[in-house]
Design a protein around this ligand. Structure first.
Ligand code: AMP
Ligand code: TRP
Length: 328
């Protein structure tokens, strides 16, 4: 059985990009692989966030994932900070990474831009991410296209550590979905849909009301040519809608392009398909809100399962690098 792992930041509401680019793949993966899915609450601390906000976001994200179909009986589901091996291994990997390679990460450059003060942890963010993955001897990491560079760094660190200190880590591979890997903002289709987007009309939230989903998709920016072609470079707006519809309905965007003769039809079909996909998720989410204690206890159970795996890998790495055996 292959080992699969992925994680998400607890930063506000989940959107259609997170769902199509990542979480939907996770739900399918837990059926056939040994899977680990978790909420990276420590990564959220790389940017300004209040304690109350962090607590709320973490619980809400857990509920989102469960509502989308993550099943703690079928995978290991937990909060990153509950498994202290993640931060302990990070130090060893920081001693493997170079300052220069971390400076080159595009996410660091993007998120650090324009900030008065940049947290040191924003620079070392991808090293914590590498530790997240390497602790579990993972084969595949399903993520959206934006995480490609971080995965490459993880592979480099694992290989470098293995070459220097002997075989210790499994070198993981990124698994980027064919469709939905890069859901774009509906108003600015050249930028990816994101939680921090400047245009609320451009992002479809998982909990958006059907009428809002319809409104946002109908107002999506298309182009002036009026033709329906799948061409992300020259027709980014229409292509984004074709991709969203394709990802939801499991059809090729090229084929879908031939089925519509005007933008109105395409938007109507896309809105209907997205609403149908999200409604059952919304129902499950609102049921869970009544029972947050149960959600927390599931996370705690998952942390114990994860810790039992992580501690062995950490020991292996500590021994390889020359630390004396920890008596605890
Ligand atoms: P984040 O919200 O940045 O923690 O991302 C969680 C997961 O969703 C990661 O695997 C991302 O690659 C994926 N993701 C985020 N935004 C998008 C998007 N616009 N399209 C596709 N995947 C995305
Ligand atoms: N950096 C990822 C994101 O922003 C989140 C993440 C942290 C992650 N650790 C991970 C993803 C480990 C996959 C595996 O989306």
């Amino acid at each position: 059985m292959a080992k699969v792992l992925s994680a998400i930041q607890p930063s506000g509401d989940l959107h259609l990009g997170n769902y199509l680019g990542a979480v939907r793949q996770w739900v399918a993966s837990q059926e056939k692989n040994e899977s680990y899915f978790f909420i990276v609450d420590l990564h959220a601390l790389t940017l300004e966030i209040s304690p109350e906000q962090l607590r709320q976001n973490t619980i809400n994200t857990a509920m989102y994932l469960l509502a989308c179909g993550i099943d703690p009986q079928k995978c290991t589901f937990f909060a990153q900070s509950h498994v202290s091996e993640h931060t302990t291994l990070t130090w060893l990997l920081e001693c493997t990474a170079s300052y220069g390679e971390l400076l080159r990460m595009t996410q660091f450059k993007d998120k650090g831009k324009g900030q008065e003060s940049v947290r040191a942890s924003l620079l070392t963010y991808p090293v914590l991410m590498a530790a997240d993955i390497l602790l579990y001897d993972i084969d595949f990491v399903p993520v959206g296209d934006d995480q490609r560079q971080h995965l490459e760094l993880t592979r480099n660190l694992a290989t470098r550590f293995n070459n220097k200190y002997g075989e210790t880590f499994v070198v993981p591979e990124a698994k980027i979905p064919d469709l939905g890997a890069r859901v774009m903002d509906l108003q600015t289709p050249t930028a990816k849909m994101s939680k921090s987007t400047a245009t609320p009309l451009g992002t479809v939230g998982i909990l958006d009301k059907p009428s809002d989903i319809e409104k946002k998709i109908k107002k999506a920016v298309t182009d002036s040519s009026m033709s329906i072609v799948y061409d992300r470079i020259n027709h980014p707006g229409v292509s984004n809608l074709l991709e969203i519809l394709g990802a939801v309905s499991m059809e090729k965007p090229e084929n879908l392009a031939e089925q519509f003769s005007n933008y109105g039809q395409l938007k109507q079909a896309t809105a209907e398909a997205v609403i149908e996909e999200l409604l059952p998720i919304q129902e499950r989410y609102y049921e869970m809100v009544q029972n947050k204690d149960h959600v927390i206890s599931m996370l705690q159970l998952g942390a114990r399962k994860a810790g039992n795996v992580a501690k062995h890998t950490l020991k292996r790495a500590q021994k390889a690098i020359g630390l004396l055996e920890n008596p605890n």
